[in-house]
Design a protein around this ligand. Structure first.
Ligand code: HMG
Ligand code: MG
Length: 299
């Protein structure tokens, strides 16, 4: 059966904007996040405390995060790759973080300059210290289905790193289809394998990119399997600077349209959300790729 409620983990301001070539003004980012929260999104991933040379778009994290002081930091996760990033995030009052691992060696190298196991070792003190401070920790696992350099990713490889992230102490884990090559049968095979390996489905989220137009179908497959946390980005913004061929994330509007149609609650006001994406598309100077945004804004 399907769940009665889904928690949408909004990644537009982080996964979406990190891929924009032109630097977006910090004030625009702050307004974007405020509008997303006002549209009812329960979790809005705000920024990353990574090396500014690796992701120049998010180099303003120190200026942005304090502009969100009127929002509850427990609902504003930030990406943190290492202890340096954790120090920066905690100094500003962040209360929810995400570390980000890879199921493949190629992407671990490209994204973190580490092997898979070196990256896990880098996260160990981050997760331990965060938990000591009662900060919620999400683990991302990228390249769970396919990798641009390595092709189809063996399920056993994904299961191993998934378990390692939970062993470190992550509260939840997001399964990333970073380049958007997953199809629904593959999603179900992976979820079944994780279930068999003792990974609790209630602590899994799914993170689909829409490169081949499969993101919604993949989400539906995951919901049928008991997943209730779904990542999406407003207007379908996004991609990944270190994963060639990745396009935008599943658009939050497309997801909300499907979920509400199924009678599944999200707490999101679709009209306000669409208005936000239309506004941001105006700022970025290009229309949103989301079908739902297009349909609702031309009604
Ligand atoms: P490195 O070059 O190996 O860094 O990069 P290092 O540890 O050797 O340190 C080198 C210098 O960087 C040092 O300075 C550090 O202090 C500094 P120095 O002593 O030479 O003056 N440094 C930092 N400065 C600020 N903040 C920090 C930080 N860390 C070190 N946090 C590193 C390693 C992890 C830092 C780098 O690879 C990095 O920042 N990577 C981030 C890449 C990224 O953000 N990618 C996008 C997010 S992942 C994603 O989008 C996928 C996802 O959406 C899911 C999916 O779709 O699959 C989540
Ligand atoms: Mg992503």
């Amino acid at each position: 059966g399907l769940p009665t409620r889904v928690r949408i983990h909004e990644v537009g301001p982080r996964d979406g904007l990190q891929n924009e070539q032109a630097v977006v003004p910090t004030e625009v980012k702050a307004e974007f996040i405020h509008r997303l929260a006002a549209a009812g999104l329960p979790v809005v991933e705000a920024t990353s405390f990574v090396h500014p040379k690796w992701v120049p778009q998010l180099a303003d994290a120190e200026r942005l995060f304090p502009m969100l002081a009127d929002l509850d930091p427990r609902h504003l996760p930030v990406l943190v790759p290492n202890e340096r990033g954790l120090d920066r995030a905690l100094a500003l009052g962040a209360r929810r973080i995400a570390v980000f691992a890879s199921a493949t060696e190629s992407f671990a190298r490209a994204n973190l300059n580490r092997t898979v196991d070196e990256a896990l070792a880098m996260f160990e003190p981050v997760v331990r210290r965060a938990r000591d401070e009662k900060v919620h920790v999400r683990g991302y696992l990228s390249m769970c289905f396919g990798d641009p350099w390595e092709g189809r990713v063996p399920i056993a490889q994904v299961v191993r790193v998934c378990r390692a992230l939970f062993d470190l102490g992550c509260d939840e884990l997001s399964l990333g289809d970073t380049i958007g090559v997953a199809t629904p049968g593959h999603v179900q095979h992976l979820l079944a394998a994780l279930n068999e390996a003792g990974v609790p489905t209630s602590r899994l989220g799914v993170h689909f990119h829409d490169t081949y137009g499969q993101a919604l179908a993949n989400t539906f497959a995951a919901l049928q399997h008991g997943v209730t946390t779904v990542d999406a980005s407003a207007g379908g913004l996004g991609g990944c600077p270190y994963a060639k061929s990745a396009t935008g994330n599943l658009a939050t509007e497309d997801l909300v349209w499907m979920l509400h149609g199924l009678g599944i609650e999200t707490g999101v006001d679709l009209e306000r959300l669409t208005g936000t994406s239309v506004w941001l598309a105006g700022v970025l100077g290009r229309p949103s790729p989301s079908r739902t945004v297009r349909a609702l804004s031309h009604k």
